[in-house]
Design a protein around this ligand. Structure first.
Ligand SMILES: *[C@@H]1O[C@H](CO)[C@@H](O)[C@H](O)[C@H]1NC(C)=O
Ligand SMILES: *[C@@H]1O[C@H](CO)[C@@H](O)[C@H](O)[C@H]1NC(C)=O
Length: 253
C-alpha cells in the first residue's frame, strides 16, 4: 500500500526518532522498523503473524509499532492541518463542486474503532452497538484528505460532545475560519456547523438537505478508505491509549 519512494520518505523523516529498537541484541535498521510497523498497520493480523513474515519476534513487532506510531504522532500538526494545506478558496471550490453547497470547508463525522475490553473504565468503552471501541471524530475535504482528527474518547461518547469539546469548535466559535462544516443529525446545528432539517419541507429545505447529504458522503467515503487501507483499524488489541496513538498514526499516513 506504499511505494518504495514513500517508504524512503518516511524513513527520512522518522529515522531520528526510531533508532534504538533491537532484535536479539542486533539493532534493526530504521527502514526495517518502519516496514514492520507499516505491515502491522496495513495488514491487521496478529503480532506473531507479522513477526513471522518479517523474521522478528512478536515483542520486536510490538516495540516497532509503538516506536513508529509515537514518532508519527509528533508530526501530526505538520500533516493534518485544518482547513487544509491549500488556500481556503480552493477547499470551498472543491466542496461546492460536489452538490452546489457554498462555503463548505470540511465535513465531519464520528466512527467507532473496535478495541478489546480495557481493564480500566471498561463500561465507558461499550458503545450503543454493544462492543468496545474508541469514538473518533474525523473531518475531511472534498479530495478525501483528512484535515482534523480527535482520537481520545471512549465508545460511549456522542458525536455532539466530542465536537463541543474539541479545539476546532473553540476556534470556530472565535471566528478563526470563514466557512462551514457539514455534519449529520448527531451534531448540534450551529452558525458554523450545518446539519440537515429533521423534517424538510418540499422545495428549498429538501434541496438543502440533499446538497448537505451528498457533500457529507465525502467523509463517509474517507473513513471507509482509511479503514480499508489500515486493516488494523478493524480491531485493535491494545490499551485505549495505544489504540488512540495507532489511529492517529494511520490518519497521518
Ligand atoms: C524508540 O526509539 C527511541 C530512540 O529515539 C528509543 O529511545 C526508544 O527506546 C525506542 N522505543 C522502543 C519502544 O523501542
Ligand atoms: C495479511 O498477511 C497475511 C499473511 O501474509 C495475508 O495472507 C493476508 O492476506 C494479509 N491481509 C491483508 C488485509 O493484507
Amino acid at each position: 500500500r506504499f511505494s518504495a519512494q514513500s517508504i524512503i520518505y518516511l524513513d527520512n523523516i522518522l529515522r531520528p526518532y526510531i533508532t534504538h529498537v533491537t532484535h536479539r541484541g542486533h539493532a534493526l535498521s530504521s527502514l526495517h522498523i518502519i516496514c514492520i510497523a507499516l505491515r502491522f498497520l496495513a495488514n491487521g493480523s496478529f503480532l506473531y503473524n507479522i513477526g513471522d513474515a518479517e523474521h522478528v519476534s512478536k515483542a520486536t513487532v510490538c516495540r516497532a509499532v509503538r516506536n513508529v506510531t509515537v514518532a508519527l504522532k509528533r508530526l501530526l500538526y505538520s500533516f493534518v492541518v485544518f482547513p487544509g494545506h491549500r488556500p481556503t478558496r480552493f477547499i470551498k471550490e472543491g466542496c461546492h463542486k460536489i452538490a452546489g453547497f457554498p462555503g463548505v470547508i470540511g465535513c465531519t463525522d464520528g466512527t467507532h474503532i473496535p478495541i478489546i475490553a480495557p481493564s480500566v473504565n471498561e463500561g465507558d468503552y461499550v458503545n450503543r452497538k454493544s462492543f468496545h471501541s474508541i469514538k473518533v471524530q474525523i473531518i475531511c475535504d472534498a479530495a478525501n484528505i483528512i484535515t482534523n482528527v480527535e482520537a481520545k474518547w471512549p465508545g460511549s461518547v456522542h458525536d455532539s460532545q466530542i465536537f463541543r469539546e474539541c479545539t476546532l469548535s473553540t476556534k470556530f466559535g472565535h471566528g478563526e475560519f470563514t466557512g462551514y462544516l457539514l455534519g449529520d443529525r448527531g451534531y448540534p446545528c450551529l452558525p458554523y456547523l450545518l446539519t440537515p432539517y429533521p423534517d424538510p419541507e418540499p422545495g428549498p429545505q429538501q434541496r438543502y438537505n440533499l446538497a448537505n447529504c451528498r457533500t457529507r458522503a465525502r467523509i463517509e467515503m474517507t473513513i471507509g478508505m482509511l479503514k480499508a487501507r489500515f486493516q488494523c483499524l478493524q480491531r485493535l488489541r491494545v490499551t485505549p491509549e495505544r489504540a488512540c496513538d495507532i489511529i492517529v498514526a494511520c490518519v497521518i499516513l
